[in-house]
Ligand binder design. Structure first.
Ligand code: NDP
Ligand code: GDR
Length: 373
């Protein structure tokens, strides 16, 4: 056990935390994760990794903690003495950050300071490396494209403003105290375990429900923003690679391709044989089923009859989902991380859409079967 590397992951119950925990366990790490107490269990994404700590050969441990509680974080770091900390915990929803700005800066901004300061005060500067989950939201209002490590930041939300503090305090602790502390500036990354209120998963879950006739309408916000979407499984490998380099540096992690929300939407529905066209403008825009590939539909759903019709209006705009200030265009330049670490993404957009749609069709199919019996 002594020779194994020890990692501490904050946000281990999130999309990235769960994939990263699995990745590091497969690399023979001992993994500790910080989870929040909640009235219901929220450990679905890591259940398959968890073993009763009373049994032998347990390599995965969970600690109750919160990014807003310095004493708790300091105690966990003191007990675990990690070789690597992956600071992934955050209030990560951009629109929600407009509703909870103070909490967001506390957890996402000051929370990062709490981790850095704990490592410094505990005298672990020479032994503990830190990965900070920075984000393409830092670029906000477009200054140049594609966005790279040297592109100026212009945050457009309380979330991005909190993350910009976290970015710079990580750089500052690296320069001031010689810490091995790095920012991964990750562009959007998705997967079948993406939170259901982020636009991609909201679309794939609803496309599956509409295909089965369980839902008939999907309400969205801005369909014209563009995102550089990658797969979470590829991006957690980049996080690990960033901490395996000889010197601590900041890296953009992206695919270099950008897609409109509208196109992610049409591709998702096409996966189940439903073709959509749009009519109207602005908040009056409506997406209508213009064609159905019934062979594909029946194959994908396992149904013998169609539950949707050509001419049916299914996509509607609800201004509730608009942000007071939007980020219109993100497209990253991953040249540096590719050159320095050899990182290469294995998934393209179509494979991400397929992965998410197949997963959500299965989820809804199971629900549907249960409803029928
Ligand atoms: P998720 O929202 O899926 O997960 C966030 C995690 O943080 C959850 O485990 C959540 O716990 C935990 N958390 C939230 N607040 C606190 C708190 N106060 N104390 C302790 N834990 C907390 O995010 P992702 O996995 O998608 O993202 C991981 C990180 O990467 C985040 O920091 C995010 O901002 C950043 N990021 C994400 C990108 C993406 O496209 N996914 C792109 C760039 C950066 P709980 O399960 O209890 O809610
Ligand atoms: P984002 O992701 O804000 O880029 O942040 P999200 O999926 O929430 O939005 C992407 C784009 O879709 C538009 N949109 C909608 N968004 C949501 N959530 N719900 C809707 O109904 C909807 N309709 C349109 C948005 O306006 C936006 O333009 C994600 C998070 O994971 C952050 O934590 C991370 O830092 C960044 O990605 C990189």
């Amino acid at each position: 056990m002594e020779n194994k590397k020890i990692a501490l992951i904050t946000g281990v119950t999130g999309q990235d935390g769960a994939y990263l925990a699995e990745f590091l366990l497969n690399k023979n790490y001992i993994v500790h994760g910080v989870k929040r107490r909640s009235s219901l269990m929220k450990t679905d994404r890591i259940e398959h990794l968890f073993k009763d700590p009373h049994k032998d050969n347990v390599n995965f441990f969970l600690h109750y903690g919160d990014m807003t509680d310095s004493m708790n974080l300091t105690r966990i770091i003191q007990e675990v003495k990690p070789d690597e900390i992956y600071n992934l915990a955050a209030m990560s929803h951009v629109r929600v950050s407009f509703d909870t700005p103070e909490y967001t800066v506390n957890a996402d901004g000051i929370g990062t300071l709490r981790i850095l300061e704990a490592v410094r005060l505990l005298g672990l500067v020479k032994t503990t490396k830190i990965y900070q989950a920075s984000t393409s939201e830092l670029y906000g209002l477009v200054q140049e494209t594609p966005q790279k490590e040297t592109t100026p930041f212009y945050p457009r939300s309380p979330y991005a403003a909190a993350k910009i503090y976290a970015y710079w305090i990580t750089v500052n602790y690296r320069e001031a105290y010689n810490m091995f502390a790095c920012n991964g500036i990750l562009f959007n990354h998705e997967s079948p375990t993406r939170g259901e209120t982020f636009v991609t998963r909201k679309i794939t879950m609803n496309a599956a429900s509409i295909a089965f006739g369980i839902e008939s309408k999907l309400f969205l916000g801005n369909l014209d923003s563009k995102r550089d979407w990658g797969h979470a499984k590829d991006y957690i490998e980049a996080m690990w690679l960033i901490l395996q380099q000889d010197k601590p540096e900041d890296f953009v992690v992206a695919t270099g391709k950008t897609t409109k929300v509208r196109d992610f939407l049409t591709l998702s529905f096409q996966e189940v044989g439903i073709y959509i066209t749009f009519k109207g403008e602005g908040v009056d825009e409506i997406g209508t089923i213009s064609e159905i590939d019934s062979e594909k539909y029946k194959f994908k759903t396992g149904l013998s009859e169609l539950k949707v019709n050509v001419g049916q209006d299914i996509i509607f705009i609800d201004p509730y989902y608009f942000r007071p200030t939007e980020v219109d265009l993100l497209i990253g330049d991953p040249s540096k991380i590719k050159k320095v670490t050899g990182w290469e993404p294995k998934h393209d957009l179509l494979s991400i859409v397929k992965d998410m749609m197949d997963n959500d069709l299965n989820i809804v199919k199971n629900k549907f079967n249960n409803v029928c019996v």
